[in-house]
Design a protein. Structure first.
Length: 437
């Protein structure tokens, strides 16, 4: 139900990524007037699409899980069927160290957390010592409610939990990199445990992989923008905000074309952009960042991997997604390199290295890819996520200015920089305005 009492209040949202879009939708549903400013020519932030000839690629390979309640709520509130956006795959990890592989497949007929215990017990290629220690460790974590008295690194946590080196390299380290985009020697153990808790302890479907069926900008961002416009929201692309000036009970938002007055402002831009936009109105967090590089390889439509998602543990690449099976883009593979050091500048050599690493894994199936794809595309997001380290200070939704609020996947919360974190922060910023905090 739309609250008519708030229709006179004007809210500016700076940034049309998922945090800003989520805040806009929630406010519009409560009767606020909303204007979204976006400096880029397209919305979506790091979830934007990238054109390659006639193909639309994602800026990076995004993966959600069934435990992402805020994300699924966003779709519901926007009248978007989750089944139209996501392919739901029960948790199956197919990890490869050269020709050696480990497969952990969870059954759909067992509730959580028994499905994970069964998956560990029946995991192919995982030795019994690794299985037993992993099961005992998960039971211990459950008894302590996945909470630590003091945060530490994931590497230290795994050592304390007596996990074998094989289990670390083929199970825990890949999961940590996928969830936190931070090496285990630096990553926050408590944040990692938050992800494990929500994935494995409540409902079986929480651990499902939710893979976007097409390019994320097409499947999610464009429908969300259309919903904003249907509800009367104003979205201004190619309109960077150059300054925000605080008034007694309002804010003046300046762009190249002039200034407008709003009752409240939600800044849903990246943390590294805060200083430029707001100056001294709010403090800018000091984060280190981790990159993600996605290498797209287009083969013939007949090319199909043994699994929709394959993990690689023996080189530079960590995951390869068969977008033909996941996203209706036959023959297109997406290779993901998370939290990596500087890559070799020779793009052809980097592509070849990734193909060689995939072929090492495919040798277990008596398969191989041609050494030359039809085309390739390398996309690197240098500030893909903040480095999620132990006890990292993260800013709150509220700022020292009562008219200005923050939203983004870097805002304080239980999760690392994820789509879920972005949506949750957008909802929180909107709710702060609605509640008059």
């Amino acid at each position: 139900m739309i609250a008519t009492a708030s229709t006179h209040r004007k809210i500016a949202i700076i940034g049309a990524g998922l945090a800003g879009v989520s805040a806009a939708l929630r406010l519009l549903q409560h009767g606020y007037q909303v204007c979204v400013f976006e400096a880029a020519p397209q919305a979506g932030g790091r979830a934007r699409g990238v054109a390659h000839d006639a193909t639309t690629l994602d800026n990076g390979q995004h993966l959600c899980i069934g435990a992402y309640r805020a994300t699924l709520t966003l779709l519901q509130e926007a009248n978007i069927e989750a089944e139209q956006v996501f392919m739901r795959l029960p948790l199956a990890l197919h990890m490869h160290n050269g020709a050696q592989r480990m497969s952990l497949v969870t059954p759909t007929w067992l509730p959580a957390p028994l499905h994970l215990l069964w998956g560990l017990l029946s995991a192919r290629g995982l030795d019994w010592q690794s299985k037993w220690r992993a099961i005992c460790w998960m039971q211990q974590l459950k008894q302590q409610a996945f909470a630590l008295p003091h945060d530490c690194t994931v590497a230290a946590l795994l050592t304390e939990g007596q996990q074998t080196s094989f289990a670390i390299s083929t199970l825990w380290e890949p999961l940590c990199l996928a969830a936190l985009n931070t090496p285990i020697t630096l990553a926050s153990a408590q944040t990692f445990l938050n992800v494990l808790r929500d994935s494995f302890q409540h409902h079986r479907q929480d651990s499902d992989f939710l893979v976007v069926k097409s390019a994320l900008s097409t499947a999610l961002i464009q429908p969300l923008l259309q919903r904003i416009k249907t509800l009367g929201g104003d979205v201004r692309l190619r309109t960077p905000v150059i300054a925000i000036q605080s008034k007694e009970d309002s804010c003046e938002v300046s762009t190249a074309t002039g200034a407008e007055t709003f009752d409240n402002v939600i800044i849903a831009a990246g943390p590294h952009q805060l200083k430029t936009i707001v100056g001294e109105l709010t403090s800018s967090p000091a984060f280190d960042y981790q990159p993600i590089t996605t290498i797209y390889l287009q083969y013939g439509v007949e090319t199909r991997l043994p699994h929709p998602i394959m993990g690689l543990c023996h080189g530079l690449a960590q995951w390869v997604f068969d977008r033909g099976q996941c996203c209706d883009q036959p023959g297109l593979l997406a290779v993901v390199i998370s939290a990596h050091p500087p890559l070799i500048a020779d793009k052809a050599a980097l592509v070849k290295q990734c193909i060689d690493e995939i072929n090492q894994a495919l040798s277990a199936y008596q398969m191989s890819l041609p050494t030359q794809p039809q085309w390739s595309q390398i996309i690197t997001e240098k500030r893909a996520t903040f480095s999620c380290t132990p006890d990292l200070p993260r800013p709150a939704t509220l700022t020292s200015n009562p008219q200005v609020f923050l939203a983004g996947d870097y805002i304080a919360g239980p999760y690392p920089a994820t789509i879920e974190g972005a949506v949750t922060s957008g909802f929180a910023a909107a709710q702060a305005i609605i509640s008059g905090v």
